[in-house]
Ligand binder design. Structure first.
Ligand code: 13P
Length: 249
């Protein structure tokens, strides 16, 4: 049985005052029946971890360097994220692939660093609108998976998030059939590469304009084990609607 995961990606949003949202979530979900994760900006990870304390909510990072330490001004290692209180790290988000020209092999090296440090990697894949319209979606996702997912992956240390770029922050969402097609494809690829046991145990998240109003429908799609949520994770009230939908799925 795969444990469901509601993951919030705060992106470059949040200062100390916003920890109140996390406090509210902690109060509402002292021991959630699904995994609940918030990935605040790096500056807030330590305080976020202190805010949730021993509560059921987990804290994650949004990126890391491939090395564990060294002369890399401005970068943060997986070990440092763990030291600050993170247990998972988002990698290869399309915004990093675009803003920082991250390639699949960069994402794979980062994922290795995360797994070696004992953290879980949430590896993001997803097609652009152009690629979808050219019917290249599955080819793109397949290529991103082969290139970005390291060989040492297991059901324990790997989570894959399908985030169509055109659905991020736009209010546009693929049809449920389209989401199901990609998630079934990702599952089949994982089973083929890692064997059925591991392939079936990796959690698959959908991300892109998930809101309280569409979450229940999305969570009913086959091979959707949760969501990676941007905008709607910033406010405890909105994110609660998504967590509730996942708990009831
Ligand atoms: P939105 O939920 O704001 O569309 O963002 C999705 C996302 O990019 C999460 O990583």
């Amino acid at each position: 049985m795969r444990r469901k995961l509601a993951a919030g990606n705060w992106k470059m949003n949040g200062t100390a005052g916003d920890l109140a949202e996390l406090e509210a979530l902690s109060r509402t979900y002292p021991s959630p029946s699904v995994d609940v994760l918030i990935c605040p900006p790096a500056t807030l990870i330590h305080r976020a971890a202190q805010t949730v304390g021993e509560a059921g909510i987990k804290i994650g990072g949004q990126d890391c360097h491939t090395a564990s330490s060294g002369a890399h001004t401005g970068d943060i290692s997986a070990e440092m994220l763990m030291d600050a209180g993170a247990s998972m790290v988002i990698l290869g988000h399309s915004e990093r692939r675009e803003d920082h020209a991250e390639q699949n092999e960069d994402v794979r090296a980062k994922a290795r660093a995360v797994m070696d440090a004992g953290l879980k990697a949430i590896i993001c894949v997803g097609e652009s609108l152009e690629q979808r319209e050219a019917a290249n979606t599955l080819d793109i996702i397949g290529g991103q998976m082969s290139g970005s997912i390291p060989d040492q992956s297991t059901g324990e240390n790997l989570i894959v998030a399908y985030e169509p770029i055109w659905a991020i922050g736009t209010g546009k969402v693929p049809t449920l059939d389209e989401i199901g097609e990609v998630h079934d494809f990702i599952r089949a690829r994982l089973e083929r590469r890692f064997g059925e046991g591991v392939g079936r145990s990796v959690r698959l998240l959908y991300g892109g304009s998930v809101k309280p109003g569409n979450a229940a429908d999305i969570f009913a799609v086959s091979n959707v084990d949760g969501a990676l949520v941007g905008g709607a994770s910033l406010k405890a009230d909105d994110f609660s609607g998504i967590i509730d939908a996942l708990q009831n799925a």
